[in-house]
Design a protein around this ligand. Structure first.
Ligand code: ACO
Length: 552
């Protein structure tokens, strides 16, 4: 391969990426990758938040440039069991903490290519992964047309184990990706005939067990989806992708579909998961809380039924065969009282009244004044045990809503009465408020889920409402539970916004984390509720463990 002509002899050194590399790191990413990376990603790299990285610099450069980045690799440590290749490893169930290193980005500036710099950077990653006893492999995705990178990984003995169809969406065009793995510390998948046989038998046994259990429980009807997708019942994909294994060097993949299919469009970071929520001494809502649902504008029956069923589900025991349950999510909200030292009594939520405002009596733009007007007309009692909830139709605009705020809660001026307003995600920032049922309008492109109740608007409204309800109860007067430093840009980080974008364990930016698939509808859900309904409920901050908590 042709080498570059330099007027000097480059002296390449490798070091960790530092905060002073921020600007150049962003610039090189923008120059060489077709995907735009968020600033949170770069902040996490330079501050080593959940990311390990190496920089290549040319020490022979003249003063001022000798420490300047000319190449980099960034990677993230992930739990093996939560990845799409967990089942391809020599997995030891007695060691559930086995990890993998996932390479996020690798790049070398053009004038320094073909000098072996990328190879050395990858070697650093492999060395690091090998030094972590629990680590079983290094893996990555590469777009199918990236010949230099594919050659590089093959030369370095990475195994191409899958081709993922339409994995990337760039400028409206779909591209496949290859999944490459380099095993370390004996992490290779089972390959001897005996191991293969054991793996197949164990797969079939678990499949049979799961089918038998389903028949016994009569939980779900005939599966329309291929069984190998359903067996792990973790991930739904609206566009039914096929995992194929066309790449050469592929080895020992028994059934690609049997693995969990995750939408790992380069593992971005969770945006708000690091927020820590603390108690500030103020009152919380407790006891019997009566909701007045104000349907502002035109709504169909589905929205009303789904929202009411969600409220009912907060206290509904669907039985041992229907786990996890929405009520467990509510139990976490109830636990805030205990953490605040106010005892542990239940918080009973009931819909006591419903009002429809079909004539948009306060106009079609939600502002502070709008809320006062609507609530005055409805007469909701005025005390802290009655919560009016304004749910707006799709032709109503909400000012100041969108990212991390698709609903809001507050209290009426001069009174103790809390209220909630829920925007309509079909029209209000659908790329943010209707995600994961709708494609995101920022961040990585990810696979969308089918709404569990078959109605994107209603199911997304449940998510927004659940968030606002959780925060209204735990921080009704802005003196309860919230993040200390959260008032930047007028945003208060509270019980639900602290865990924005998370619906199941293993979530990262653009990926919901574990969710289940209803084989009948293809709907993604994580909790069973009343009347046989299923819901996708957002993560909330668990004040006992100081971390985000999800149903799955
Ligand atoms: N054509 C074919 N093979 C190539 C090429 C090329 N243009 N460039 C590198 N290779 C292969 C060769 O096999 C080479 O081995 P050889 O020298 O023995 O023939 C091997 O890669 C090692 O080459 P390096 O010199 O270490 O690679 P380099 O430093 O040039 O960086 C890289 C390669 C990172 C792919 C570079 O071209 C680049 O930055 N491209 C743009 C960004 C990118 O595509 N990054 C990878 C995306 S995948 C990810 O990020 C997870």
């Amino acid at each position: 391969m042709a080498k570059q002509n330099f007027s000097h002899h480059p002296t390449i050194c490798y070091r960790p990426i530092q905060p002073c590399d921020l600007e150049i790191l962003e610039r090189i990413h923008a120059d060489i990758f077709p995907i735009r990376y968020e600033s949170e990603f770069f902040q996490s790299v330079v501050h080593e938040r959940d990311i390990v990285s190496w920089a290549a610099v040319d020490r022979s450069q003249p003063n001022g440039h000798s420490d300047e980045l000319i190449g980099f690799v960034t990677a993230r440590i992930v739990l093996a069991k939560e990845t799409e290749i967990g089942d391809l490893l020599r997995y030891d169930p007695s060691k559930p903490d086995q990890t993998l290193v996932y390479i996020l980005t690798l790049g070398v500036v053009e004038s320094y290519r073909n000098l072996g710099i990328a190879r050395s950077l990858i070697r650093q990653v492999i060395k690091y992964a090998s030094s972590v006893p629990a680590c079983r492999a290094v893996y990555l995705h590469v777009i199918s047309y990236n010949v230099p990178a594919i050659h590089l990984y093959k030369k370095m003995s990475f195994k191409c184990i899958r081709r993922l169809q339409d994995f990337y969406l760039i400028n409206g065009q779909h591209y496949d990706s290859f999944l490459f793995v380099y095993y370390v510390n004996g992490g290779r998948s089972p390959c001897s005939p005996l191991e293969l046989l054991i793996a197949v038998v164990s797969y079939m046994t678990s499949g049979l067990k799961s089918v038998a259990a389903r028949i016994r429980k009569n939980e779900e009807k005939t599966a329309k989806w291929p069984k190998c997708k359903e067996t792990q019942s973790l991930m739904s994909i609206q566009t039914k992708r096929n995992l194929t294994t066309e790449c050469t060097g592929y080895e020992c993949v028994i059934c690609a579909g049997m693995s969990m299919i995750k939408t790992c469009v380069n593992a971005w970071l969770l945006t708000a998961a690091a927020a820590s929520i603390t108690y500030h001494g103020g009152p919380l809502l407790t006891g019997n809380l009566n909701l007045t649902l104000i349907w502002y504008g035109q709504f169909g029956r589905v929205h009303k039924n789904v929202i009411r069923a969600f409220v009912e589900s907060l206290h509904y025991n669907a039985g041992a065969n229907f786990q996890p349950q929405v009520s467990s999510w509510w139990n976490v909200i109830e636990s805030y009282q205990e953490v605040a030292g106010k005892g542990g009594s239940p918080i009973n939520i009931n819909v006591v009244k419903q009002v429809a405002d079909l004539k948009y009596s306060a106009g079609k733009v939600v502002t502070g004044e709008f809320i006062q007007n609507v609530l005055q007309k409805v007469n909701t009692g005025g005390d802290s045990s009655t919560i009016p909830v304004i749910l707006t139709a799709r032709d109503v605009k909400m000012q100041g809503l969108c990212f991390t705020k698709c609903s809001q809660h507050g209290m009426l001026a001069g009174g103790a009465q809390p209220y909630i307003v829920v925007g309509n995600p079909e029209s209000e920032c659908p790329g943010s408020c209707a995600w994961p049922f709708q494609k995101p309008d920022k961040g990585p492109l990810s696979i969308t889920l089918n709404p569990p109740n078959g109605n994107l608007g209603a199911d997304a409204m449940v998510i927004a409402f659940a968030r606002a309800l959780a925060e209204a109860v735990t921080n009704p007067y802005k003196t309860g539970f919230y993040q200390d430093k959260s008032d930047k840009a007028n945003k208060t980080v509270e019980a639900a916004s602290a865990c924005w974008g998370i619906f199941g364990s293993g979530a990262f930016d653009g990926y919901t984390g574990k969710v289940r698939v209803d084989p009948d509808t293809g709907g993604g859900f994580n909790g069973h509720g009343s009347r046989g309904r299923k819901f996708l409920i957002p993560a909330v901050w668990n004040p006992k463990t100081n971390s985000c908590w999800t149903l799955l």
